[in-house]
Design a binder for this molecule. Structure first.
Ligand code: GCB
Ligand code: CA
Length: 891
């Protein structure tokens, strides 16, 4: 009995040193408080009235999306009394953070453990000396997301959501182990210096710790598994691990013959299981399993990208890590879904912008065969401080070490558009200093990355100015130049893109290049049959992407392109059709597909596809013609050549696609319409449907029409349609008054003047509404609005917002000179009369309500004398305005 017990005890002790890792999230039950108070790490502090939150968590999900400018940037505390059980006995206990924005101070049981700077890379702390096993241990974490001139990013077109927004876990590991705390990497670095079809050289570098007080001889076992899971080969080496030693370097070189290469079509993943074994009895101290892929690749300045010797055009997207209502605090599944969306679209490239993301993103890219570029978050500019440089270098090191083994990663990038906001452009000496500091810091990062990982490429993404980056001497630093180009969006026309890239290639014929960004904003509620730059309609973005896609494919020297962006994303200071959001996603914040996604899908996917455009436009509408129909254009995307179109069961014709696009004219009827498009591919019938509720408006409002007047919603000064998906109504563009019909009399469409030309809609955040586009256009100086409606009871809703407020605002860098130049605005006072009688007198919006705020005035009117509705706008001072009008007939 005694002997058995003794054996049991002994075995139990061995178990601690000799057993596999435990890694478990500790996301739940954190007490949380936003407070600038210090010393909240103390055990005696009572946090019981703090809110309880779960991680992933951000404190800015609401305030970065509300109407109050700015969002909280300061300190938040997280506290948890965590029970650490006997499973930790004899082991090292590591706390892992997948990401927290942006400075973390960790305290355990009232004692300071360490600090981490940087909001986007992983980090961990060995808390073994601070904890007690079989007891509750107090973890207190101070997180700060305040602006810090020494920490990138300084400014950027995305929201810097604060908090512990990615998983947090405890890992228990033997003190004899693969190094776990070397920049929070896995301690295993796999290189493939030589890869051919026949043979691959694999070099595995491991870092090993022995934190016990006893040194000794150990075995290092390598067990390789081929992509189908079968064990291929096993090696065992001897290693000597002195007592209390860290990060001892061990290297193993092997050859793999007839490799199953990793590619976009066949993302074959090998595995290596590595173990540290006791030399005497073979007990396993630690074990890690690492995936890796075998591939070779090259960027050519003329011919583009080659993977395993085959030309591959890299086409894909960028991605931001946020989601509707959640900020950046996403569940794992949501990161996975985003990568799947890219794959389903046929994309083979992801620029992980502008910062390293959740570890699952690259895991998925490895698995799905998506090539990636990963970058550190230096955006728009640098600080000329050594601390800034050192933090950047630290981030670069973390990025490379943490993501070293992903076969999907082919590029390390840094310094996005770093010359966008240079200091003192007008002061030549200061400007030169800045340029040379940018160059110095770039050079340091470049050198660090190349020495850490000589086998991958480096890249700096530039904005569209060759001269700015020449000034900073950056063309010679990275191996690839990324171009973020927006010709036809921020200014100029689409052809400007072609011209720019051809000029670049002529000037730098030896420098490989990728279009790291291009895109146009879309608020999917907006449509237009006369699309314009900055109108936020699907139709304009469709034209933009159709052009860019063609130009990119036509130029082999463009190795690849990444759409800006996979998804709409939060950018607090932005004011467009959807304030606080950048709408350049080809999917929405909720990942609803936009038309542009479908265009790429039919272009990139091999299987035969038909995708009808504007598929998500349910509340459609327009004015009836004499036949009682309304003819409107419809786009069809397809990789088939011939398509047959049926409308409500009736065949209307065959169309041919050009560059994957067919334009058809559809005669819509009142009510539900079903469009059916069919095509044939190798005897297989391919189909797509589009269903919408067409709200037919009568041609003449007065008499004899077959469609009675029910309601009408008109946006003044606008060529756009706006779909209110909540109330299921449609807003249509204005027209000048036509007798028997409706329309405005007098005035001009409000013009938004910028250095790059006029914009069709205001760039103001209209307060008190989420239907900003209805208010963002107007007619200024309007004298009347008339509708020749039949007799009856009507509600008239007048939509007003002053788009020329007197307050001037700061220029936003991302607008690239597109900031609105407000003219001297004058006081505006006017009267509103309906059918001759005053309804509102001396309306002075600025004084009585305030500019930029949504005003809806509902008036009830009886039309009895067959004289329709006439709304007069009478000037008292300045120009009267009307933004939109809704007229509803009650009976
Ligand atoms: C850029 C930036 C990106 C912005 C984008 C835009 O060039 O790199 O961060 O979000 O333009 O939409 O303006
Ligand atoms: Ca806010």
């Amino acid at each position: 009995m005694k002997r058995i017990l003794l054996f049991g005890l002994c075995y139990f002790c061995c178990q601690c040193l000799w057993s596999s890792r435990i890694n478990c999230t500790i996301n739940e039950m954190w007490r949380f408080c936003l407070t600038e108070e210090e010393n909240l790490y103390k055990k005696s502090f009572d946090d019981s009235n703090w809110e309880i939150v779960s991680i992933p968590h951000t404190w800015n999900a609401k305030d970065a999306a509300d109407d109050i400018p700015g969002y909280f940037r300061g300190t938040g505390w997280y506290r948890r009394n965590l029970y650490i059980g006997s499973e930790a006995a004899g082991k090292s206990v590591i706390i892992n953070f997948e990401g927290a924005n942006q400075v973390v101070d960790l305290y355990v049981n009232g004692i300071f453990v360490g600090k981490h700077v940087g909001g986007y890379t992983r980090f961990n702390f060995d808390i073994t000396p601070y904890i007690k096993v079989d007891q509750f241990n107090l973890l207190a974490i101070k997180v700060n997301n305040a602006h810090d001139a020494d920490i990138p990013p300084l400014s950027a077109d995305f929201t810097f959501f604060g908090g512990i927004y990615r998983d947090i876990s405890l890992e228990m590991v033997s003190p004899i182990r693969f190094s776990i705390t070397e920049y929070a990497s896995s301690g295993v670095y796999i290189r493939t210096p030589v890869v051919t079809e026949e043979e691959v050289e694999v070099e595995i570098e491991a870092k090993v710790d022995n934190l016990t007080l006893k040194g000794g001889n150990f075995k290092l076992e390598y067990c390789f598994y081929t992509p189908n899971g079968s064990t291929a080969f096993k090696y065992t080496d001897k290693v000597k691990l002195p007592a209390d030693s860290k990060e001892i370097r061990v290297v193993k070189k092997i050859k793999i013959e007839n490799p199953e290469l990793w590619s976009t079509e066949a993302p074959n993943l090998y595995k290596v299981r590595m173990r540290i074994l006791s030399n005497s009895d073979g007990h396993v101290a630690d074990e890690v399993v690492t995936n890796f892929g075998l591939r070779w690749y090259a960027f050519d300045a003329d011919k583009g990208f080659f993977l395993n010797g085959k030309h591959v055009k890299l086409i894909g997207t960028n991605r931001h890590q946020c989601y509707d209502g959640l900020g950046n605090a996403l569940r794992d599944e949501m990161h996975v879904r985003d990568v799947m969306l890219l794959k389903e679209m046929g994309g083979n490239f992801l620029r992980v912008s502008h910062y390293p993301q959740d570890p699952l993103v690259l895991d998925m890219c490895d698995k799905l065969g998506i090539l990636t570029s990963v970058e550190i978050p230096i955006v728009n500019g640098i600080s000329e401080s050594e601390a800034f440089a050192q933090n950047s270098l630290m981030m670069a090191k973390e990025m490379v070490k943490q993501n070293f083994n992903h076969p999907s990663v082919v590029i390390w990038a840094y310094m996005n558009e770093v010359m966008l906001k240079p200091v003192a452009k007008s002061d030549t000496i200061r400007y030169r200093q800045y340029c040379s500091e940018v160059h110095r810091q770039a050079f340091m990062i470049e050198n660090l990355i190349r020495s850490e990982d000589p086998h991958r490429y480096t890249m700096i993404p530039f904005h569209g100015s060759i001269s700015a980056y020449t000034d900073a001497g950056l063309f010679t630093v990275p191996q690839i130049i990324g171009w973020n180009l927006y010709q036809g969006w921020y200014g100029g026309g689409f052809a400007g893109f072609d011209k720019f890239m051809d000029l670049y290639h002529e000037r730098y014929p030896d420098k490989p290049t990728i279009i790291t960004e291009y895109g146009a904003d879309v608020d999917p509620r907006l449509h237009s049959f006369q699309p314009q730059r900055f109108d936020y309609t699907s139709e304009y973005a469709n034209l933009f992407h159709e052009h860019y896609l063609k130009s990119i494919f036509a130029r082999d020297f463009i190795a690849g392109a990444a759409i800006w962006n996979l998804n709409d994303f939060y950018s607090e200071s932005r004011v467009n059709a959807v304030p606080h959001v950048n709408n350049k996603g080809i999917t929405s914040l909720k990942r609803e597909l936009k038309d542009t996604y479908l265009l790429y899908k039919v272009t990139l996917c091999q299987e035969p596809l038909i995708e009808i455009g504007s598929k998500f436009w349910w509340n459609r509408g327009g004015v009836s013609d004499v036949q009682g129909k309304c003819i409107q254009p419809l786009k069809i995307y397809s990789n088939l050549e011939k398509l047959k179109v049926k409308v409500n069961g009736e065949f209307i014709g065959e169309v041919t696609t050009i560059d994957k696009v067919a334009n058809v004219q559809i005669p819509f009827s009142d009510g539900t319409n079903l469009i059916e498009v069919t095509g044939e591919s190798d005897g297989q019938m391919i189909k797509d449907y589009y269903e919408c509720d067409f709200k037919m408006l009568p041609r003449t409002l007065t008499s004899g029409q077959d469609i009675p007047f029910k309601e009408m919603n008109i946006m003044l000064g606008s060529k756009r349609y706006f779909e209110d998906k909540i109330a299921n109504i449609l807003w249509i563009p204005e027209q000048a008054y036509v007798p028997g019909q409706w329309g405005y009399i007098g005035g001009n469409a409000f013009n938004v003047v910028t250095r790059h030309g006029n914009l069709p809609a205001s760039e103001l955040n209209i307060l008190g509404t989420d239907q900003d586009p209805i208010f963002q256009t107007q007619r200024e100086g309007i004298s009347a609005f008339k509708l020749d409606v039949p007799n009856g009871k009507y509600a008239i809703y007048l939509y007003l917002a002053d788009l020329s407020p007197v307050v001037k605002r700061e220029a936003l860098a991302y607008n690239l000179g597109n900031n609105v130049l407000y003219e001297n605005t004058s006081e505006r006072v006017f009267n509103i009369k309906v059918n001759g009688s005053y309804q509102i007198k001396d309306l002075n919006i600025a004084e009585q309500i305030a500019g930029e705020r949504a005003i809806i005035k509902k008036l009830l009117i009886d039309v009895t004398e067959n004289n329709g509705i006439t709304i007069d706008f009478e000037k008292v001072k300045g120009k009267p305005i009307l933004n939109a009008i809704r007229v509803l007939k009650y009976d």
